[in-house]
Design a protein around this ligand. Structure first.
Ligand SMILES: [Zn+2]
Length: 455
């Protein structure tokens, strides 16, 4: 499984003392183990459940630092971590959680690998024991056969994604906006040629310097007693050695001097415009997130009005600010239907100029904040989402008040900020445009588009 999440942009600067934000201000009991592992406990007694999110600061972007190229080994390890240990052999992890009435999930992003579990609250100790067992017993149990089997699973995952309409979108966008030297250029699933070179020894070497307690944050959310969680977490995890993790790659600013145009074939026609922007902790991240929402919001967004409700009447328009710890981009994707690509691009440019010249109403910004907050509150209804949200925003900010701070950053965006970030990040720089067209409609692509080759 892999996911490239669209992170909500936010910035910490000057917001450390932001006020309470009701349901988004989740109370967290936090402690550290001697080996550097960070544990957060959030009591949520609405249902007799416990949800955990184990977030490892290790993703696709960390591959380049230690290996030639980027063979997708982080994602392969995510799969292999379910294959067993001497204590829980042959996929027992999943079976035991299911027998206890729970379920597990996992995914790999560019910056992290995440394992989640939800189960009846009395399964807390089983979950902690199995999460610790992943670290403890993994290398001893790993066989060449495990690597072969999971590599075949990954190749099948890749074939399914390539066959689906829009399935390669994320990989295409990352490749189009980040240059080859950037860790975000490479797809989470890796490349076939390089994955074929990976053996059990390479996996062990990769894990030994990265899958270590200083890079782990465990979130436990649910109907639990923090004192019990702390006692049991210390019991299961304290003896795991801290090790000496390799340093993570440094943030690398990306800019494009001019406009690059790419041609990609996909069953679904789509025009995507991408601008390199900022990493997640940049002060402009929240304003860029707001720009994306102002543009594409259904029913009132400037691009929705110009492209869906009127004009060329495309099927849908999306806009988002994607940002990780190393960099980010703003994307506008138009599901064009039969509309002409040049016309669509001209409308996008017109609306961006308009946003640069005419500041949006304060009321429009407030409305975006309200929607965002409501979406968060609904999202947090699910205990697993709650644990994952804390793990994710915690990794970005290092603070337990991360959700409230994220909202505070959005609230702090002014109409003048919107105009400024449009000028600086969208109108003042180069960009990358991808014309995705069906095989029999290549002529619809923007002129001078070069075929894009995925890594
Ligand atoms: Zn997978």
């Amino acid at each position: 499984v892999y996911i490239i999440a669209v992170t909500v942009a936010w910035a910490l600067s000057g917001l450390a003392n932001a006020g309470s934000d009701g349901p988004l201000d989740l109370e967290v009991h936090r402690f550290n183990l001697n080996n550097g592992m960070d544990v957060w406990v959030h009591v949520d007694a609405r249902a007799p459940l416990v949800a955990t999110a184990m977030r490892v600061d290790l993703g696709t972007a960390d591959e380049a630092a230690g290996l030639a190229g980027s063979p997708g080994i982080a994602h392969l390890v995510e799969h292999l971590m379910f294959t067993g240990s001497p204590a829980a052999p042959d996929g027992a992890h999943d079976r035991w959680i299911e027998a206890a009435g729970g379920e597990t999930n996992a995914w790999t992003e560019h910056d992290a690998t995440v394992y989640t579990t939800v189960a009846p609250a009395n399964a807390l100790d089983l979950i902690l024991a199995l999460e610790a067992d992943r670290l403890r017993g993994f290398s001893a149990a790993l066989s060449e056969r495990d690597v072969e089997v999971q590599r075949a699973v990954v190749f099948e995952e890749r074939r399914e994604i390539e066959a689906a309409a829009g399935g390669t979108n994320m990989a295409v966008w990352q490749a189009a906006v980040f240059p080859e030297a950037h860790p975000y250029h490479w797809p989470v699933l890796g490349t076939v040629a390089e994955l074929e070179q990976v053996d059990a020894e390479a996996v062990r070497a990769f894990v030994a310097r990265r899958w270590l307690p200083p890079r782990l944050r465990l979130i436990v959310a649910g109907d639990v007693d923090p004192a019990v969680v702390e006692r049991r977490a210390r019991y299961w995890f304290s003896e795991i050695a801290a090790g000496s993790p390799v340093p993570r790659p440094e943030p690398t600013p990306v800019s494009l001097d001019a406009e690059e145009r790419w041609l990609w074939t996909d069953p679904e026609p789509q025009l995507t415009v991408l601008w390199p922007t900022v990493a997640r902790d940049h002060p402009d991240a929240a304003a860029l997130d707001m720009v994306a929402r102002l543009l594409a919001r259904d029913g009132s967004g400037a691009l929705w009005r110009a492209l869906v409700a009127g004009g060329p009447r495309v099927e849908r328009v999306d806009a988002w600010q994607w940002n990780g710890r190393l960099g980010g981009y703003l994307g506008i994707a138009v599901h064009t239907g039969d509309a002409d690509f040049e016309t669509v691009l001209a409308r996008i440019d017109r609306e961006l100029l308009r946003l640069s010249r005419t500041a949006p109403e304060v009321a429009a910004l407030a409305s975006i904040v309200r929607l965002r907050r409501a979406a968060w509150i609904r999202h947090l209804e699910d205990p697993v989402h709650r644990a994952d949200a804390l793990a994710k925003c915690g990794a970005a900010s290092g603070t337990v008040r991360c959700l409230a701070l994220e909202m505070a950053a959005l609230r702090a965006v002014t109409p003048a900020d919107i105009r400024r970030v449009v000028d600086v990040w969208l109108l003042g720089t180069g960009r990358s445009i991808v014309s995705s067209v069906p095989m029999d409609q290549l002529g619809r692509a923007l002129t001078d588009s070069s075929p894009l080759v995925l890594p």
